[in-house]
Design a protein around this ligand. Structure first.
Ligand SMILES: Cc1ncc(COP(=O)(O)O)c(C=O)c1O
Length: 417
């Protein structure tokens, strides 16, 4: 195959190597994907969850078209980077100041570096199964069995100071944080790649108190939840304010982005005027940071979301999807647990609702793969074949959700273990 000759596994990101083989897209609009062979799919992956307004939304296209002839990448300061930061500061409770990156991975890298600079500590506590991108020091305890080497070529020295505890286990976090006194606890308030697992009542509040008690910074990785669970992200939704917030996906309006933000007292450590000594300053940079295309697309996205209509629509569809799916599995008497919140939903073919990524080991993988294949053959697509987790975007309709539920029901009738 042509792709395999020039791209390892024929793809640009391993998770896109769908079995039996990936389709190659020609174009996309709304939540419809059009592949090179003329097939049309309804998309529940929507740009890794970045496209809350769907593909090629008019407001984004207009903003980007206006910017294109005026420069795609200045490499100097400009007003649009201030405009997006002002919007983030306005809506995200923990944000007073913002720095951009070009991806969520980098935002986690710089954000945790800043936490270590601020606290003068090295250790970091994360959550088992937490995906923060490919940054070396956080590329530990990602997949089961937790604690193994996650990648060839990863220097084990850079993960020596990284520790992990299960999600929703405040006791385990308390025990280790009190003993080890980490620089930060870095966590997704809602676990994404593990299949949209939600916090138990009191858990996030407990993690907040714990960090304050042990002098660690609480970092919420809101790359997925930022501007998705409402304008204030998960911190607004659950009413728990972290010290630092990592952002990405939605705030780029479909263009590469990341950002980290927090109070001035912490963020100023990046200010080279205040801290000319590199040993005291937390370094940050990047060629494409704050590029005007991403900035105008981000502003257009936030402005489209701010009246709450989109969130109301996608959250209602999310609820319809989650309850509809659970009813189908229950009626079929098949052990399944549907997770998620707002516009996200995850499907776990196991009886008990997973509270942590470790719990998802009970998921029936063969069933999950068969379901993925069945949906794909009926032109409904999401990722991944082994962890079913999906996003609703504004172009999704009630009819799309009903179709998804109808095909699921059909699958349940046809599936023979
Ligand atoms: C919670 C979370 N953090 C970080 C990242 C990494 O972001 P990026 O892929 O933009 O580097 C992701 C990507 O999916 C994510 O879901």
């Amino acid at each position: 195959m042509r792709a395999k000759k020039v791209l390892p596994a024929g793809v640009s990101y391993g998770i896109r190597a769908l079995p039996p083989y990936p389709f190659y897209l020609d174009h996309a609009k709304g939540v419809k994907l059009y592949d090179a062979d003329g097939n049309v799919y309804t998309d529940y992956w929507v740009g890794h969850g970045a496209l809350i307004l769907g593909h090629a939304h008019d407001n984004i296209i207009k903003a980007v078209e206006k910017q294109l002839p005026n420069g795609t990448h200045f490499g100097f300061s400009h007003e649009k980077e201030i405009k997006l930061a002002e919007r983030i500061v306005k809506y995200v409770p923990s944000a007073e100041m913002v720095r951009y990156t070009s991806s969520g991975t980098e935002a986690n890298m710089y954000g945790t570096r800043l936490a270590r600079a601020y606290t003068g500590r090295n250790k970091m506590l994360k959550i088992e199964g937490g995906w923060h991108g490919g940054y070396d020091s956080l590329h530990a305890y990602v997949s089961r069995p937790y604690g193994r080497v996650e990648s060839a070529g990863l220097n084990p020295k850079v993960t020596e100071d990284t520790m992990a505890v299960p999600y929703n286990d405040l006791e385990a976090a308390t025990k280790i944080a009190k003993k080890e006194k980490p620089a930060c606890i870095v966590m997704e308030p809602v676990m994404g790649a593990a299949g949209f697992l939600t916090p138990e009542p009191g858990y996030l509040e407990g993690m907040r108190e714990l960090c304050t008690e042990v002098g660690a910074l609480l970092i919420f990785d809101e790359v997925i939840t930022g501007f998705r669970l409402g304008m204030g992200g998960a911190q607004g939704y659950y009413g728990v304010t972290p010290d630092l917030t990592i952002m990405g996906k939605v705030i780029g309006g479909g263009f590469p982005v990341g950002a980290f933000c927090g109070p001035e007292e912490i963020m100023e450590l990046i200010d080279h005027n205040k801290y000319p000594d590199p040993e005291k300053r937390s370094a940050h940079g990047g060629t494409f940071t704050g590029n005007p295309i991403t900035m105008v697309a981000g502003c257009a996205t936030v402005d489209t979301l701010k009246d709450g209509v989109v969130h109301k629509h996608i959250d209602a569809l999310g609820e319809k999807m989650r309850s509809g799916l659970q009813d189908i599995f229950d009626a079929a008497k098949y052990p399944a647990s549907v997770t998620g919140v707002g516009s996200t939903f995850g499907i776990h073919f196991q009886k008990e609702k997973p509270k942590s990524a470790g719990d998802t080991a009970k998921n029936d993988i063969e069933m999950t793969k068969a379901y993925f294949r069945y949906m794909l053959e009926r032109n409904i697509v999401y990722l991944s074949p082994t962890v079913s987790h999906s996003w609703i975007s504004s172009p999704h309709t009630k009819e799309d959700v009903e179709e998804y539920l109808r095909v699921t029901e059909e699958f349940m009738k046809s599936y023979k273990a």
